[in-house]
Structures are given as C-alpha cells and as structure tokens.
Design a protein around this ligand. Structure first.
Ligand SMILES: Nc1ncnc2c1ncn2[C@@H]1O[C@H](COP(=O)(O)OP(=O)(O)OP(=O)(O)O)[C@@H](O)[C@H]1O
Ligand SMILES: [Mg+2]
Length: 239
C-alpha cells in the first residue's frame, strides 16, 4: 500500500528526514515512536503534502501511484488520511458543513440526508458529543476533543491508509479506550494504519504488527511489540 524509499527531506535548508525507508502492506498496523524532534510529524506532513518541505531525494509510492505527483486533495481522494498532531482551528467554518464537504468529495454522494444518516451513525458509534457538530471546526475545542474530531473525519472518509500523529495525546482514560475502539473498528484486511505515538497505552489497545523507532530523521530500529517494552525499560539511547 505504501512504500517509502530513501526519503530525504529538508525544511528551511535543514535536513530533517535523512533516508527513511518504510513498507506498509494492506491490513497492517505500524507504530512509529522516537524522541522529540526525530522527524515523525515531518514524515506525516510530507505524506499529506504540506508545502513547506523540500523532498530532496527518494520516492513514495502509495497504491501504485507516485505520491509526490499528487496534490494534497488528490492524495486524500486516493485514500490517504493524515490526522494531525495539532489539528487546526478554523473559526467561521462550521464543523458540520466541513464534514459534509469532505463526505461529498470522498463518496461522490450529494444527498444531505444520506450524509446526515452516515454522520449520525458515526457520532453514536464513536460516542461524540453532537454539540461539536454545531461549532466551528476545532474552534475552542479542547486538545482531546480535536483528536476525537479527527477520528470522526477519518470514519466519514473511510480511507485506505490512516496516518495518526499522536492521536492519543490529550485523551482522558475513557476517551483513549473509545478512540482506540474507533481505530480498531476502522481496521480491515484492506486498510492500514501508521500510529505515531510516545506511549504504549494506545498500542495496548491497537496492537501494531511492527514497531519502528525514528531517530535523527531515520528509522533506526524495527521490531514487534516487544520493542515497545524494551523502549519503556531502556529508553531510546540503545537505538
Ligand atoms: N518548517 C520547519 N522549519 C524548520 N525546522 C523544522 C520545520 N519543521 C520541522 N522542523 C524541525 O524538524 C525536526 C523534526 O520535527 P518533527 O515535528 O518532525 O519532530 P517529531 O518527531 O514529530 O517530534 P515530537 O515527538 O516532539 O512531536 C525538529 O527539530 C523541528 O524543529
Ligand atoms: Mg510530532
């Protein structure tokens, strides 16, 4: 589904990703952990198509397409969803209308009624406070509410690959269980997830097939769940 080969990326003249290699197959869950500033969010943003980064070298193939040739909205329509570490607040844009726009863009379905039915189903399944829908996109939302709203968007779009950047940060104990359950219900044999996280809590609920450590812009260790336990015991220094 996703093959990243020897990816080198600079921002403002500074190299941030220094040769990332990663292969994600359908049905797999990959976790990426690593110290602050290692380049995890940069990787997520490069996948999403943020404009501030210069891809100096390397390739990214997504579902048999050259991802770098696609505009951000084309990447989204091709089935890539990137949940941001810091979701943007957009005062003046109704959350419900935003969700309707992404629903129309991804399903080709123009019916307001069908959208409302799909949204109501997700709101119930994900135990979202319906009053969120009548506020502006993320405006004044708490940290955890923004993260829940990202997962609601993911549910509505039903992408092929979800890259979730610290979706677990800021969630209370019950919300973490609920979001983990929402992520698990998204996962099917033709779907894949990359979870960027600092903590094992989410990984206890959404068991990854592979755990990677990113250090200084490279993946420096890969293993199974036992790697999470090793990191908790010894930190990143041995990686
Ligand atoms: N636009 C930019 N201009 C300059 N430096 C940048 C830019 N974007 C990222 N960086 C730098 O690149 C490095 C990697 O940042 P990134 O946000 O990818 O780290 P991270 O691994 O996600 O860290 P954290 O765990 O704290 O979220 C940091 O040193 C950051 O300051
Ligand atoms: Mg980050």
């Amino acid at each position: 589904m996703l093959t990243i080969s020897n990816l080198h990326v600079k921002a403002e003249g500074k190299e941030i990703l220094s040769g990332v290699n990663l292969e994600v197959k359908p049905g797999q869950v990959h976790a990426i952990m690593g110290p602050n500033g290692a380049g995890k969010s940069t990787l997520a943003k490069v996948l999403a198509g943020y404009p501030f980064y210069d891809v100096e070298w390397g390739t990214i193939r997504f579902c048999d397409k050259d991802l770098m040739e696609l505009e951000p909205h084309e990447r989204s329509k091709a089935g890539l969803f990137v949940g941001s570490q810091y979701p943007l607040e957009v005062p003046g844009l109704s959350n419900r209308e935003f969700l309707f726009e992404i629903f129309k863009a991804h399903t080709g379905e123009k019916s307001r009624d069908r959208f409302e039915v799909a949204l109501a189903h997700l709101v119930k399944q994900q135990k979202i406070d319906p009053s969120f829908l009548d506020r502006d996109l993320n405006a004044g939302f708490s940290g955890g509410e923004k993260k829940k709203n990202e997962i609601l968007q993911m549910g509505l779009i039903d992408p092929k690959l979800a890259v979730l950047d610290e979706t677990d940060s800021g969630l209370d104990i019950d919300a973490l269980k609920q979001v983990a359950s929402n992520i698990r219900s998204f996962l099917r044999p033709d779907k894949s997830i990359i979870l960027i996280t600092h903590y094992r809590r989410l990984l206890d609920y959404v068991k990854p097939d592979f755990v990677h450590v990113m250090t200084d812009g490279k993946i420096t260790a890969t293993g199974g769940f036992e790697l999470v336990e090793k990191l908790e015991a010894h930190g990143y220094a041995p990686c």
